[in-house]
Design a binder for this molecule. Structure first.
Ligand SMILES: Cc1ncc(C[n+]2csc(CCOP(=O)(O)OP(=O)(O)O)c2C)c(N)n1
Ligand SMILES: [Mg+2]
Length: 620
């Protein structure tokens, strides 16, 4: 047998270099390289291997959590067909990646994590940054990755790689099972050599299949659809990952079934498609939420039915409502006691289109969707174009960015009040033009994620829309953007605090307690003094970006034009008025309220809450 003598770390990098995926006859390398930060727990192992194989691109990031966000955003933009590996030292470097791992797993995005680990040999322990357990020596902080990983392994001997690496690839490339994959790498094992079979490093292709729905269940689905009067499609992220947007566009037009889009599924239909009711659920449009309320059949495609989509199980109020779920993941296909079509979204839609040929909803129902689509657009225009004075409203800012961006440009966001407003108001003109991380809604994803998107689609402008809170949590990857010569445009909306949580806080009777960036007031002893003065423009400039202050809509427009001319990452800072909120549209979100309280508004909120909760349903 031909062998190659390599360290464990060298073998990992050599293996990763040779992995490819193929779907629809298009083949590409699965890994774009490795992101991360070195420490004593990996510098002589993975660090040495990366130095030895520069063809596996290494990018030095500024926070290990951000490495994983970059990888996840890259994977999302690449429809899960490509990703990065992320390396860290042991201890804090490793646990910094746990949040990123949870984000990737929740959003079903492939990322490979290579955290360093304590010595397998043990004789020198406790080593720097080791958490000791009196009851076991077989535990390290890397065990924190277990619940947030779809596959977890610790490589205690170099030869274990031969079993682990194929499983790593199986999970990462599985459309149903993908998420974070963690290979914990003890720092001594990383440097140990072994005679690996040369076969391990041959080119490998992982085929991404398009499984078709099972015939009997497909026939049942067709029967259910023919019997329905008010069907509704809920389009989730699976539509986009499977590149099923054209198939869905054709299916909706042919059958007249209206479509509501989840955060991950927004862009499944062009905004102007007459069957597009836009965003559905808590942050949805009145169009989608009205149709959902009455729907007698819901066809969930590539959705995991988060509470934002189902309005905490209050969205579907028809007492006879039934579900058909088309999903590549069996786990999601069975939700809501649905008829499960376990299949690829595109293959499933094509199969459904075939069996439903000639069938359409009533012309009155078709007209209703088209009317609602237009009515909703008038509401968007109202919020975009109504001047509100200074500071401007968030909706006005979204409107200006939307008008300015080219159809193929990408808007992205993750947390705060922006995701809800973007979900409702963004006019999506390209299936990959809207990128929201709303599975984990992780503050700090934005700047790092923007970088990942731009690396996956360098031909598009990327607009990162971020609140002041998220920016302060993690903006450091701007330095990485400058380092790599990658240009993103950040629009930073400064509303002086956590205004989304502020709105929530008011609604549960808590006023604005602890959610605004206010200075400690010596008179009251509370955080209700003047606004904390933060110079975001100077802050962005100090990280190497081009920074522009915009006070009003005219200045915002010229700042966007300047940003487009720039080759450097650019940050535009604009103050917005949190009180000028875009409203909610006929939906609800379950956030439990204190059952007893000394505060009157809390008692009132509690009574309203108990009433609203009665609308929550089980689908059995
Ligand atoms: C890492 C993390 N911590 C806490 C939260 C809870 N949270 C959601 S939105 C938000 C405030 C975000 O503030 P900002 O970015 O300024 O946006 P705004 O709410 O003002 O629109 C908080 C604290 C979160 N989503 N992620
Ligand atoms: Mg804010």
């Amino acid at each position: 047998m031909k062998t190659k003598r390599l360290t464990t770390a060298q073998a990992i990098i050599q293996f990763l270099l040779h992995q490819h995926v193929e779907r629809d006859n298009k083949r590409q390398p699965f890994f774009a390289g490795c992101l991360g930060i070195f420490g004593h727990g990996c510098i002589a192992g993975i660090g040495q291997a990366l130095a030895q194989y520069p063809q596996f691109r290494y990018i030095n990031t500024k926070n290990e959590q951000a490495s994983v966000h970059i990888a996840a955003a890259y994977a999302k933009m690449s429809n899960r067909l490509r990703t990065f590996a992320c390396v860290s030292s042991i201890g804090p470097g490793a646990t910094n990646m746990v949040t990123g791992a949870a984000l990737a797993t929740i959003n079903r995005l492939p990322v490979l994590l290579l955290p360093g680990d304590i010595f397998a040999r043990r004789n020198v322990g406790p080593v720097l940054q080791q958490l000791e357990h009196p009851h076991s020596q077989d535990v390290s902080v890397n065990d924190c990755f277990r619940p947030v990983s779809k596959y977890w392994d610790r490589i205690n001997r170099p030869d274990q790689l031969m079993n682990a690496l194929p499983d790593v690839m199986r999970v990462l490339t599985s459309q149903a099972e993908t998420g974070a994959v963690t290979l914990a790498l003890p720092q001594d094992v990383q440097t140990e050599a072994f005679d690996y079979p040369a076969e391990l490093f041959e080119e490998r292709i992982w085929y991404i299949p398009r499984p078709e729905p099972e015939k009997t269940l497909l026939a049942c689905a067709a029967q259910m659809l023919r019997a329905s009067r008010k069907p509704l499609i809920v389009a989730g992220g699976g539509v986009l990952y499977s590149e099923a947007h054209d198939a869905l566009t054709r299916f909706a037009a042919a059958t007249g079934i209206p479509v509501g889009e989840t955060q991950a599924g927004k862009g499944s239909l062009p905004y102007i498609h007459p069957q597009n009711l836009g965003a559905i659920g808590v942050t949805g449009t009145f169009a989608a939420n009205r149709v959902a309320r009455e729907a007698d059949l819901v066809i969930g495609i590539g959705t995991r039915y988060s509470d934002f989509t189902t309005a905490s199980k209050t969205a579907f109020q028809n007492s006879k409502v039934k579900f058909i779920n088309l999903n590549v993941a069996e786990f999601d296909a069975f939700k809501h006691s649905a008829l499960p079509l376990v299949a690829d979204a595109r293959a499933g839609l094509e199969a459904l289109a075939k069996v439903m040929r000639g069938w359409t909803v009533s012309s009155a129902y078709r007209r209703r969707a088209a009317d609602l689509n237009r009515q909703w657009d008038r509401e968007v225009a109202r919020l975009y174009d109504t001047p509100t004075g200074l500071p401007v409203s968030q909706a006005e800012v979204i409107g200006v960015v939307n008008d300015f961006a080219r159809p193929s440009d990408v808007v992205m966001c993750a947390a705060g009040s922006l995701p809800g407003d973007l979900h409702k108001l963004w006019r999506t003109r390209d299936p990959k033009g809207y990128h929201l991380e709303y599975g984990y809604s992780c503050m700090g994803y934005e700047v790092a994620g923007g970088l990942g998107i731009k690396m996956a689609a360098p031909e598009r402008e990327v607009y990162v829309m971020v609140g002041d809170g998220s920016w302060l949590m993690m903006s450091s990857e701007l330095v990485t953007a400058v380092q790599e010569g990658i240009k993103i445009t950040v629009v930073l909306l400064d509303n002086h605090g956590f205004q989304s949580i502020g709105g929530l806080s008011q609604s549960i009777g808590n006023g604005h307690f602890g959610v605004l960036y206010k200075q400690r007031n010596p008179k009251t002893g509370q955080l209700d003094g003047a606004n904390v003065p933060v110079d975001f423009v100077a802050n962005a400039r100090s990280l190497g970006a081009c920074a522009i202050a915009a006070r009003d809509i005219t200045q915002l427009k010229s700042a966007l034009a300047e940003a487009r001319r720039q080759t450097r990452s650019t940050v535009i800072v604009i103050e917005t008025d949190a009180e000028k909120r875009a409203p909610g549209y006929e939906s609800w979100w379950d956030v439990p309220v204190a059952e007893v309280s000394e505060i009157q508004p809390v008692r009132r909120a509690s009574r309203d809450y108990e009433k609203a909760k009665c609308r929550e349903r089980y689908f059995l």
